[in-house]
Ligand binder design. Structure first.
Ligand SMILES: [Zn+2]
Ligand SMILES: [Zn+2]
Length: 128
């Protein structure tokens, strides 16, 4: 079982099964939200995602219908969710375990930080 938590420990979660394929998102919104060059994410069925510490969870609607959930105490990004979707988009940096999921591709390379060079052979999508 994979599990994760925020930096301060107010939020913990467990995942039944493995997350989906790993995508590295280079969009400017992820850069801001994560304070980093890119965000590594994977889809998890919401029914397989058990979160503890719900009262510490806050969210920001970063684009219409898309909410980014984070710890209101320490700021760790936990997951994002689109209205009506059965999946959450897990922020893999919040994991405490090493998932078996494999790297798939890069997205939003058109917005990639100039100070970061992609050094692998994964497919690169300019947008989604
Ligand atoms: Zn926290
Ligand atoms: Zn992004």
């Amino acid at each position: 079982m994979n599990s994760g938590s925020c930096l301060c420990g107010s939020i913990n979660y467990q995942i039944i099964g493995q997350p989906g394929d790993i995508v590295h998102c280079h969009c400017q919104t992820c850069q801001k939200a994560h304070g980093a060059a890119f965000s590594s994410v994977a889809a998890v069925k919401e029914q397989n995602f058990k979160l503890f510490g719900q009262e510490a969870l806050n969210n920001h609607e970063s684009s219409p219908g898309k909410f980014r959930y984070f710890c209101s105490h320490c700021g760790t990004q936990i997951y994002a969710k689109r209205e009506g979707s059965e999946d959450i988009i897990l922020r893999l940096g919040s994991l405490d375990t090493q998932p078996d999921s494999k790297e798939s591709h890069h997205i939003w390379v058109s917005q990639k930080a100039s100070w970061y060079s992609i050094q692998n052979q994964l497919p690169e999508n300019q947008e989604y």
